[in-house]
Design a protein. Structure first.
Length: 481
């Protein structure tokens, strides 16, 4: 998750899947069913990674395959495999549904069990590069005809020291999705999209109805996603996670801005009584609470929340609205964490396997067949009485020829969710830290839980203790590697 000022010419915000950051969002952004990058076509890349004709060699690649419960995505992947093997009959494909886990990747690499390519999150670029667990695909990238049409904001996250190490799938800017129907039922007038922490506090307090089990806002309080959610407020208050000077990483989230952000969480919990009584919610718990109408707001990638609310929760587009994250004060930045999903190639694979993996990853990018699949998905959703929610940030650049074609399809259908145009003027994506991110999120999750469970905590003390732990057990060790 990273740099973002040319940012929002792109379409909005995921999630996904997460994670925290990396975590269901990570913090990872969830897979986008029916997205252009997932469907149709047999676009062959123009990469020339081998002097020999790679189509004449017997090659086996182990591909990243959706999880067992992702039945629709599995069907789409099976279709892609069939089309790919029709074009490359010399390739044997093995399906591998291992989902990236920062605690497992080292073992996978050491035992040579990692797939030929695997999924990961924007936070992991430096981590994987430093450990040699991802292949340098710069030559393959430079010889690919569509490289200049890729979303530069997202793709930049996996360019390290001028070398390319991954291919973006999609991205998000963390947002706040609001249940307008709940607000109206309580007679609450919602603020404009250019809102502040005070506006969020007042709306959450007024929407909350604890006796009925309805919260005004459901910040995530369990797993790494708790730290991921809170970090948005750290950024909005003007703080950062870490600084890097001559290779030395220093924790700086225990700053005045950090205290301000944590005190805001304390106000939501203890003054407004606006968060769920059972506040230990993970990513899925918070999104489910929203789609079931049990909370007025949730913080995540907008796509995932909107998709769940409209197609699983039975809500209508007029019942929900995607806001940017609130500014700490009027005129401040609406910072939200910039994140995304990436596919990276195993450095232990042979050059031929790496090139074929690259061809497989990009097989459906920028194709007419993919466009047709998007339209077919929209039509199928319409027939089922459901909505199509575009991914906020796509793999392709918003000013590309392909983006124009995608938008033209969206405009033809009334069941495509339309984001408020003002949203894109206000969103500000801020990259996550690039070192020890998941460890930081875990440490901050403990701080969030302490804040929610005990009324009179000392925010500065909690943050100092967390920063000391992360510094000594994570950042200092990274510097010694």
């Amino acid at each position: 998750m990273r740099k973002f000022s040319l940012l929002l010419t792109c379409l909005l915000l995921l999630g996904s899947l997460l994670a925290a950051c990396g975590g269901k969002n990570e913090p990872e952004v969830k897979s986008n069913e029916g997205a252009p990058s997932d469907n149709g076509g047999n676009n062959q890349t123009q990469a020339q990674g081998s002097a020999d004709d790679i189509t004449q060699k017997k090659i086996t690649i182990k591909v990243h395959y959706p999880l067992p419960d992702e039945t629709t995505l599995r069907q789409q992947e099976d279709d892609k495999i069939a089309r790919f093997q029709a074009k490359y009959p010399n390739v044997t494909i093995i399906k591998d549904d291992w989902d990236y886990d920062v605690n497992e990747i080292g073992v996978k690499m050491a035992s040579n069990e990692a797939p030929t390519f695997y999924n990961t999150w924007a936070t992991e670029a430096n981590f994987l590069v430093e450990r040699g667990w991802v292949a340098d695909i710069t030559d393959l990238w430079n010889n690919w005809e569509y490289k200049d049409q890729m979303n530069p904001v997202l793709q930049e996250q996996f360019i390290v020291d001028g070398k390319v190490y991954g291919i973006t799938q999609n991205g998000y800017v963390t947002s706040t999705v609001v249940n307008k129907k709940l607000a109206e039922a309580k007679g609450v007038t919602l603020p404009g999209l250019d809102w502040t922490w005070d506006d969020m506090y007042n709306a959450a307090k007024d929407i909350a109805d604890p006796k009925k089990g309805i919260s005004g806002i459901a910040p995530m309080g369990k797993g790494n996603e708790a730290g991921w959610n809170w970090t948005n407020f750290l950024f909005e208050a003007g703080g950062d996670i870490e600084t890097v000077d001559n290779g030395k990483i220093t924790a700086v989230f225990n700053s005045e801005a950090g205290v301000k952000a944590l005190d805001f969480y304390k106000k939501l919990r203890w003054e407004a009584n606006a968060i769920p009584q059972d506040w230990a919610l993970g990513w899925g718990d918070a999104v489910n609470s929203f789609q079931q109408g049990r909370t007025g707001m949730v913080i995540a990638g907008a796509f995932d929340v909107l998709h769940a609310a409209l197609n699983e929760g039975g809500m209508k587009p007029e019942d929900v609205v995607a806001y940017p994250m609130p500014a700490a004060e009027k005129g401040g930045k609406h910072y939200g964490i910039l994140g995304g999903n990436y596919l990276v190639i195993n450095p232990n694979a042979t050059k031929e396997e790496q090139e074929m993996a690259f061809r497989y990853i990009t097989f459906d990018y920028f194709t007419d067949e993919a466009l047709k699949s998007v339209e077919d998905t929209i039509q199928a959703r319409k027939a089922e009485g459901k909505y199509y929610v575009p991914t906020p940030l796509e793999y392709f650049s918003d000013d590309s020829e392909y983006a124009t074609k995608v938008k033209a399809i969206y405009e033809k259908y009334d069941n495509v969710y339309q984001y408020d145009p003002q949203l894109f003027d206000l969103l500000e994506g801020k990259p996550e830290a690039q070192s020890g991110t998941q460890d930081y999120y875990a440490a901050m999750s403990n701080v969030v839980q302490e804040t929610f469970s005990k009324k009179d905590t000392d925010s500065k003390k909690l943050l100092d203790e967390a920063a000391k732990f992360v510094q000594e057990n994570v950042f200092d060790k990274i510097g010694q590697q």
